[in-house]
Design a protein around this ligand. Sequence first.
Ligand code: 0X9
Ligand code: CA
Ligand code: ZN
Length: 497
Amino acid sequence: MNMRMAAALCGAALLFATASHSAPKSLVKIQKISKVQAAKIASLGYDVVSIKDNYAEAVLDKTEAAALSSKGYSLKTLIADLDKYVAQMKSTQNKTDSYYNYAKVETVLADWAKKYSTICRLESIGKSCENKNIWALKISDEPQKNEQEPAVLLMGAHHAREWPSIEVPMAVAEKLLSNYAENADIKRLVDTREIWIVPVVNPDGVIYSMEKSKFWRKNRRKNADGTYGVDLNRNYGYQWGNVGSSNSGYSDTYHGPSAFSEPESLAIKKLAQREKFQSSISYHTYSELILYPFGYAHNANNPDSKIFIKLAEEMAKINGYRPQNSAELYPAMGDLDDFMYGNEKVLSFTFELCKSFIPPASQIPSFTLPNVEAALHLIDKAGTYAMAIPGNNPRLIENLGFEDALNAISDISTIFGDERNIVIRNEVLKQVDLISKRLAQLTVDDLKQQSTEKWQRLNSEQSATLAVSYVRTRLLFDEGHNPGTYATELINTVKNK
Ligand code: 0X9
Ligand code: CA
Ligand code: ZN
């Protein structure tokens, strides 16, 4: 059990502890006591909600606190009036400055789909255990068409209690939609990419966390043994198993009876296999980390780790987080990223947002703003770095725009210029060859239209020499068979190069 899970248990106990309505109760830290002492205090009837190595936390009224103090215990009040605290939390939940809940996500997505109908469309990609829609918003020009553009998937709330994970993908969507008209950079991203936003992968869990038990993590499957919930981030089908995940329905990391047993993870799998994404982010809380695969075991070979590390470092520069391999945090089998990369060759990342599961709503802008920027960077680079991955989607390169293709070649040579592993080097060269052919084709088309703009761009780009030579060969070939296809001047400069 990791620290986050321990915190969760403590939080759940806290909610139940505040259900009574007598004298105001406080959350109190009993300092410098052993586990045995804490257990003894609990056995005397005090409401001890959490026991740690050298302290405990308890829910106490004034009389109880005074009694413990007089026995010599050192107390520190953490939350003075718990009822008031919980009431405050609840009252902020549906205001405009507070966290999105499922109902609000649903109405806001529907509003956007109407208001920005030329650049997005809303789709239900499946239903949860309790029959709630799992919504996906696709943002792109010509949103009804599958255009063979680099595609990115952003997901929130695999885990119910990690509310900030809904905020960030929603904020990315809002940024793209509301800035499209006046911001040229945003317009370029929307026009040349397909961005899919699934803000609530686990609707039932989120509703349960917001309405019943704040620190609920899993979905709301009724398990065969009478327990509730499967951990969706242990239910994916690449290296599904028992490391860092449990086969007991009681566990917070229960992996379910089989891989993809849950409609929520299955819906993501189906979407991924249909859309063939180049990159993805799954948002979680907390720890301010950017994680990349593999996560099922230490030192599992990731042939694309250079790209993952480069991208993670670039995003980390933007949001101030720490890039790290998933398994280094802790090995866990059956998570989303391992499936996305292991099965689908997607550059998949997990962001652990914030410094706690649910920071106060007033902090929302402080974590959405930098993380929107990090996501925009990923959306951009999905069109370049991902082109280095063999077998991801060859049709994509055949449809790449000139600028993206040029950037792809230059980004790929930056990363792999000094690659010594001959197998990787060869694979990357094959990709560079495909991209160079695409660049050459676009340039020749341009030249046939009597424009030398692309040809000049190509010549000024160091990494595009292969593309230049393809253009040369093609021009001289055409000139031999069909003299006069291109301006004589152009042919002369090409000959002299
Ligand atoms: O354990 C998880 O599912 C994620 N952390 S959380 O606290 N949000 O639950 C991290 C998953 C990272 N993947 C692996 N370590 N395999
Ligand atoms: Ca499009
Ligand atoms: Zn999580």
